[in-house]
Design a protein around this ligand. Structure first.
Ligand code: PGA
Length: 254
């Protein structure tokens, strides 16, 4: 079975509820290619409203983060059952902005991945090297380790549906994307890492590229054999740009 490409929009800390409603409405009213899966990850405050707009459409809802406990005295946190209740399908876990600004460790990321699966949510696990790690030749080691730590505790049935986003930190929000070739190489390594645990997981798990994906470079990534789609930040805030990225992936799989 070929892997269906996934284009997921990470809206980060942008969009009030009315703005989120307008953006989601523009997406559901457009002609989306059937060969591509599309998801949007609005801020928590807009999940319910965007979920309402997406009802009956093929666009899936995702959250940007989650806490690992199902409930309790954790002021400010949002639990997996709360996201499942809002009919989230995906949840981004371990985004580099969470790792950097909120000091999320691999251990925390792992807990969040497990907790997400326990509620039927599909995690989009983000990994990627920082600039100084890349400059000192550590990309492979860093990325492999980030993946290995998480999959070590997962049964094969949970590694197979997992989505991984390879997002080099130096490429996020900088306008300086990796080349298609570079991203394809690292994603191939991630796939090999999955394969060491479970061959079927390597064949099935979708691995996306993220970091300054735009309509101008989307085709370059979509044509790479190892890359199964994109996690899009800035360009997902604008419906025509996001739709152009989706269309580029639809074309290369047509
Ligand atoms: P960007 O963000 O597309 O704005 O670089 C990607 C991400 O953070 O997922």
């Amino acid at each position: 079975m070929p892997r269906v490409p996934l284009i997921a929009g990470n809206w980060k800390m942008y969009k009030t509820v009315p703005e989120a409603r307008d953006l989601a409405t523009a997406l559901v009213n457009s002609d989306l290619p059937a060969a591509v899966e599309v998801a949007v990850c609005p801020p928590f405050t807009a999940l319910a409203e965007v979920g309402r707009v997406l009802t009956g459409s093929a666009v899936r809802l995702g959250a940007q983060d989650v806490f690992w406990e199902p409930q309790g005295a954790y002021t400010g946190e949002i639990s997996p059952p709360m996201l499942a209740d809002l009919r989230c399908h995906y949840v981004i876990v371990g985004h580099s902005e969470r790792r950097q600004h909120f000091e999320e460790s691999d251990e925390v990321v792992t807990r969040k991945v497990r907790a997400s699966f326990s509620q039927g949510l599909v995690p989009i696990l983000c990994v990627g090297e920082r600039l100084e790690e890349r400059d000192t030749g550590q990309t492979e080691r860093v990325v492999t380790r980030q993946v290995e730590i998480v999959i070590a505790v997962l049964p094969p049935e949970q590694i197979r549906p997992l989505v991984i986003a390879y997002e080099p930190v130096w490429a996020i929000g900088t306008g300086r994307a990796a080349t298609g070739q570079e991203a394809n190489r690292v994603i191939g390594l991630i796939r090999e890492t999955l394969g060491r645990k479970d061959a079927e997981a390597a064949a099935q798990a979708r691995i996306l590229y993220g970091g300054s994906v735009t309509p101008a470079n989307a085709a370059e990534f979509s044509q790479q054999p190892e890359i199964d789609g994109a996690l899009v930040g800035g360009a997902s805030l604008d419906a025509p740009k996001f739709l152009a990225i989706v269309a580029a992936h639809g074309k290369s799989r047509a």
